[in-house]
Design a protein around this ligand. Structure first.
Ligand code: TXA
Ligand code: MG
Length: 348
């Protein structure tokens, strides 16, 4: 397949290009598009054949369901059974980086939702994404536009690396604002909310709207083999860096002592800006990647996936990174990083 890379800087100036990409969607093709979280690999969510080709392009297991993207939160009515809490969440957080799981209507083919009775809906804030959905006139099913097993793409360059010749169009809309995937919540039958994947919309944000919010076990820890899986994506090892990643829980000095004691030659350290000079001085043979200020979780979220992709290209024997806290946006970082590290956390 020949992939066209379409550079789009403004919706109004480039509307003809967006319409052309929307036509590709309408005809059952695949279009990668930017969102405020990560790039998505889109197809018409109501076209089973088109959706199947998403799974093929990504190498994604068919039992892992997709999010459907809509341009207006009210469009959820057409595809799902909505309720009061959905509208409360929508009013506060949509358009934006929140995905809500609701009971599906039958117009969403079972391949899109991996045969589940529910479907995930999200109304992205990114102007290009919303214009593409509006012009296509259909909901767009889209997982993150990475090959299964690589970090989600946050720039067009990442997508070009993974998806060239696998999709019809890649829309290059620049870097994604946030850089980690959307917060996913499920509205339970009793009206409570379960957080399935943390993101920019934090637990505190959700608690301001819903009375009863619980956090699925898999958000914070490895799930036991026989535990029920609330979100199929939780059971896959999302991303395994080519070098093992280890998360260090402790101050920089103890971390440096621990790293030196390990005595490994080709290593990288992902370090908060405040500690970069210290690690450069203390662990001279390590490559140091700067991860933003220790106090700026938004910056860390923005950098995480591209740092992991960069480090992956260098064939390190080991990568060390600080263990994030679990409050605010830190929870999203914690959730992605413990998976990337295959749950290897060292207390120093
Ligand atoms: O920010 C995002 O959400 C990005 C952009 C492109 O919108 N999309 C994204 O999609 O991250 P994906 O497919 O990479 O992750 C969606 C997650 C998967 O872990 C999947 O298992 C879960 O959502 N999911 C989808 N439908 C579900 C459902 N009906 N019930 C439970 N989990 C569901
Ligand atoms: Mg993904």
């Amino acid at each position: 397949m020949n992939t066209e890379v379409m550079k789009i800087s403004s919706v109004s100036e480039d509307i003809e290009k967006i319409r052309r990409a929307a036509d590709v969607i309408k005809k059952g093709g695949l279009v990668v598009f930017p969102t405020e979280t990560v790039y998505g690999l889109g197809a018409d969510a109501t076209n089973a054949e088109a959706v199947k080709s998403i799974f093929t392009a990504k190498g994604r297991p068919s039992d892992n369901p997709l999010i459907i993207h809509i341009a207006d939160p009210r469009d959820a009515e057409k595809y799902t059974v909505t309720n009061e809490l959905y509208y409360k969440l929508a009013e506060r957080f949509m358009p934006g980086p929140l995905t809500v799981i609701l009971e599906s209507k039958s117009c969403i083919p079972s391949v899109t939702r991996a045969s589940l009775p529910t479907v995930a809906v999200r109304c992205p804030e990114n102007a290009i994404a919303r214009s593409l959905i509006t012009e296509a006139g259909v909901p767009i099913a889209a997982p993150s536009a990475n090959l299964s097993g690589t970090p989600s793409p946050t720039s067009a360059a990442h997508v070009i690396d993974d998806m060239t010749d696998r999709v019809d169009v890649i829309i290059d809309g620049g870097d994604c604002d946030f850089g980690l995937e959307s917060t996913i919540v499920k509205i339970e039958n009793d009206g409570s909310l379960t957080l399935l994947r943390p993101g920019k919309i934090t637990v505190d944000d959700l608690c301001a709207v819903a009375e009863n919010v619980s956090i699925a076990d898999a958000v914070l820890d490895k799930i036991a083999k026989d535990a029920p899986v609330l979100s199929p994506g939780m059971k896959y090892r999302h991303y395994a860096p080519s070098a093992p990643l280890e998360l260090i829980d402790g101050d920089p000095k103890s971390a440096a002592d621990y790293i030196l004691k390990n005595n490994i030659s080709r290593i990288a350290i992902i370090s908060y800006d405040e500690d970069v000079a210290f690690f450069r001085e203390k662990v001279q043979h390590a490559a140091i990647y700067s991860f933003g200020s220790r106090f700026d979780e938004t910056e860390q979220a923005h950098l995480l996936f591209s740092l992991l992709r960069l480090a992956d290209k260098e064939n390190y024997e080991k990568i060390y990174a600080p263990l994030p806290g679990k409050s605010g946006v830190g929870l999203a970082l914690f959730n992605r990083m413990i998976r990337a590290a295959a749950y290897t956390i060292v207390k120093v």
